[in-house]
Write a protein that binds this ligand. Structure first.
Ligand SMILES: Nc1ncnc2c1ncn2[C@@H]1O[C@H](COP(=O)(O)OP(=O)(O)O)[C@@H](O)[C@H]1O
Ligand SMILES: [Mg+2]
Length: 271
């Protein structure tokens, strides 16, 4: 791990991806037309500052995925704007990496080739690609399975590979849609800790969608809560917890953690 950390291209403040500020302004999104229309989002304003870890939480169907896909440039909002450094988002781009609930790896490619796919498509040389895949596979703990295929990996390993693949494009912002939702509880906790570590090392902004309040308070530097559909923001606060010693997941044991989790759960109606 230490070796990989020394040559991170995107470590905070050392170059690599540029710091990027994402702004969602007055975004309303409606799927379909007339009687068959579904209003998914209503008047969403959200700014993601460089280096933030924003967790977006809300009940099922409230528009979380829609908002993330609007940020990713997969949809154009019915009303309002999404900009990165004041430039309107016109489609998916290498500045925004996407990690979905299902890992969506290419089954015919090795783990390494999956991680190298973005750099390969942007014309990065073989040597530089190899360096990137070594670095990110090491970071997510998959260096020893680099030459295997996705079907040979567990669900948690596949999701780590998908995270490495997103990071290998050196995006400034990583958009993650319930990436640990399909994993068992133990794997999920382990990956949460690892993701926190990766975020602290890689100097990216992360927007992380989840319906788990606990996950949002554990991971986020900020928690944003959406109302039931059509989603609008009903809570947007930084996560402020007292300093704690020892293992990273000690935060969950703090009374302040439990209090904040209960407060947000109360707002969503999941207590
Ligand atoms: N491509 C689509 N076409 C039509 N309706 C959609 C589409 N995607 C999502 N919706 C609808 O928009 C609402 C919000 O969906 P979604 O953003 O997936 O919610 P969440 O991720 O919070 O569970 C839901 O009612 C869903 O059925
Ligand atoms: Mg969703």
């Amino acid at each position: 791990m230490a070796a990989a950390e020394t040559h991170l291209p995107s470590a905070a403040g050392t170059g690599g991806s540029r710091p990027e500020r994402m702004e969602v302004r007055g975004v309303t999104h409606v799927f379909g037309k007339d009687k068959r229309s579904t209003p998914a989002l209503a008047g969403v304003d959200l700014v993601v500052e460089p280096g933030e870890f924003v967790c977006l939480v809300g009940p099922s169907g409230c528009g979380k995925t829609t908002l993330l896909k609007l940020m990713g440039g997969f949809f154009v909002p019915t009303q309002g704007t999404v900009t990165v450094n004041d430039v309107p988002v016109a489609g998916p781009g290498a500045d925004r990496g996407m990690v979905f609930q299902q890992p969506t790896l290419f089954p015919w490619l090795t783990v390494r080739a999956n991680v190298e796919i973005g750099p390969r498509m942007s014309g990065t040389s073989h040597t530089a690609r190899r360096q990137l895949s070594d670095q990110y596979l090491e970071m997510v703990g998959l260096a020893d399975v680099a030459e295997q295929h996705p079907y040979e990996l567990s669900g948690g390993m596949q999701q780590r590979c998908a995270i490495a693949r997103a990071l290998a494009n050196d995006p400034a912002i990583v958009l993650m849609d319930e990436p640990f939702g399909a994993l068992d509880a133990l794997t999920r906790e382990r990956l949460q800790q690892e993701l926190k570590q990766i975020w602290a090392t890689a100097g990216k902004s992360i927007v992380f969608v989840t319906h788990s309040v606990e996950e949002s308070v554990f991971l986020g530097t900020r928690v944003v809560v959406l109302s039931p559909r059509p989603g609008h923001i009903v809570y947007d606060e930084p996560v402020v917890l007292p300093q704690h010693q020892g293992a990273v997941n000690d935060a969950r044991l703090l009374p302040e953690f439990a209090a904040l989790r209960a407060r947000i759960s109360g707002m969503i109606g999941t207590t």
